[in-house]
Design a protein around this ligand. Structure first.
Ligand SMILES: [Zn+2]
Ligand SMILES: [Zn+2]
Length: 431
């Protein structure tokens, strides 16, 4: 009796629409017969500096300048393909920033924590376009879900600097494809480290390579956890602190709240952020939200106490205050001279953003100290190599990096072209 390898006559294909040699903008599609599983729907960053284009008016215009790839059946300006589903690994814009252009009848799936965060971001109008409650279905981790007649997906937790970050395993009748999403792998990141155990040996592994760059190849892969890096550094600062944060990293909010408590400070958030603090049950007696007239979300905050600008002024030496860049003018009304501005991965992220210099000028103008306290959300090059190695895929496809070709190991790697449709059977064929 001969056992026929089911992959020989594979009906499964893979196509990459964007995000192969860039940090993010990832969109790829696994297709089995007519059934389409689209993984991630990221905003393409146009250049190495990561500068994002300004919003334009129409989808066609955005397609003409390459911000939205040419993908049929799922966009608002197109006739909808009932066989398509979009799955999102995590809520960073480079993985879901184009969802706002998706037709409201195309089903979107994501992990449970991601969906919860997405709904809260919708409430605070940071993600106003998608009706999350109606269009998005959440998927529990470690449970295979039937997406269409022949395609199954299973989500796995991974560690990354976005709440709910997931890897996924896509199973068709003849192929198994694992997609890492974005991953970090410091000592306590057991979810990422477990991926080979729970999702190892696929036909295809699609893996991010953000830090797989020439200059980082020999960097010591020991990266400390956010808490180990940030808490001691925060506790050393004796002046009042002004800080920025990124909403999708809920863990960072928790670290700040805990450190403020240890330092016996009041921590004051903008109303939108305070709403998230409340939603994720991180409120505490030393947490306040800044009572500003123009915020509609204030009516929805009931477990966190407000503080007025006048009270803040009087108690300023005891305060850690969040200040998003769009609210920076408020600092002129407070005695911030001599305070420390802690840049904690909020916007503007870095010098590639023109606004970043304006921020530094502001800080200089009001005589604050400037400290950068951030932690990368991405595994080091050596850790990505370890992960790819341990996954033991028949074929490894590196992407989401400037030099994915530098990922080499005792496995076959393949660098796809944008737009080409690859039958899985051809990819894994011995050459
Ligand atoms: Zn990414
Ligand atoms: Zn990410």
């Amino acid at each position: 009796m001969t056992v026929v390898n089911p992959i020989k006559n594979s009906n499964t294909t893979i196509q990459f629409y964007a995000g192969l040699k860039t940090i993010g903008g990832t969109i790829f599609e696994v297709k089995y017969k007519e059934e389409r599983f689209i993984a991630d729907f990221g905003m393409i960053f146009q250049n190495k500096e990561g500068v994002q284009l300004r919003p334009q008016t129409t989808i066609s215009e955005l397609q003409a300048i390459g911000v939205i790839p040419s993908i049929s059946g799922v966009l608002k300006n197109d006739e909808i393909d009932r066989n398509a589903t979009i799955a999102i690994s995590h809520l960073h814009l480079d993985h879901m920033g184009l969802l706002q252009y998706v037709h409201p009848n195309v089903p979107i799936i994501m992990g449970e924590e991601s969906k919860a965060l997405y709904e809260h971001l919708h409430t605070i109008e940071e993600e106003p376009h998608v009706n999350v409650a109606q269009q998005v279905k959440s998927v529990p981790f470690h449970q295979p879900i039937q997406v269409s007649e022949h395609i199954q997906v299973e989500f796995f937790p991974v560690n990354h600097d976005a709440l709910g970050a997931s890897a996924m395993r896509i199973i068709t009748p003849d192929s198994t494809i694992v997609y890492s999403g974005d991953v970090r792998l410091h000592e306590s990141d057991i979810d990422t480290a477990n991926l080979p155990k729970v999702a190892g040996s696929p036909d295809i592994l699609i893996i991010e390579t953000t830090n797989v760059q020439e200059e980082f190849l020999d960097v010591n892969p020991v990266i400390s956890s956010e808490k180990d890096v940030l808490t001691p550094a925060l506790l050393k600062i004796d002046t009042p602190i002004i800080f920025n944060v990124y909403h999708r990293n809920i863990n960072r909010l928790e670290i700040l709240i805990e450190a403020a408590k240890q330092k016996d400070k009041l921590i004051v958030f903008e109303p939108e952020t305070a709403y998230l603090v409340q939603a994720f049950q991180m409120g505490a007696p030393h947490v306040r939200f800044l009572q500003v007239e123009q915020s509609r979300i204030i009516d929805s905050i009931d477990t966190i106490q407000p503080i007025t600008l006048a009270e803040l002024d009087r108690n300023f030496s005891k305060v850690w205050l969040q200040s998003s860049y769009h609210n920076i003018r408020l600092l002129q009304e407070l005695p911030v001279q001599g305070a420390t501005y802690v840049h904690s991965n909020g916007v503007p992220l870095g010098s590639f953003d023109p606004v970043y210099n304006e921020l530094l000028e502001w800080i200089h103008k009001v005589s604050m100290e400037y400290v950068v306290l951030g932690v990368s959300g991405h595994a080091a090059a050596a850790q990505i190599k370890w992960l790819a190695d341990a996954m033991q895929a028949k074929v490894t496809i590196p992407l989401h990096g400037f030099t994915p070709e530098l990922l080499q190991g005792p496995y076959k790697t393949f660098l796809p072209e944008t737009g080409t449709i690859y039958p899985v059977s051809e990819l894994i064929e011995e050459k």
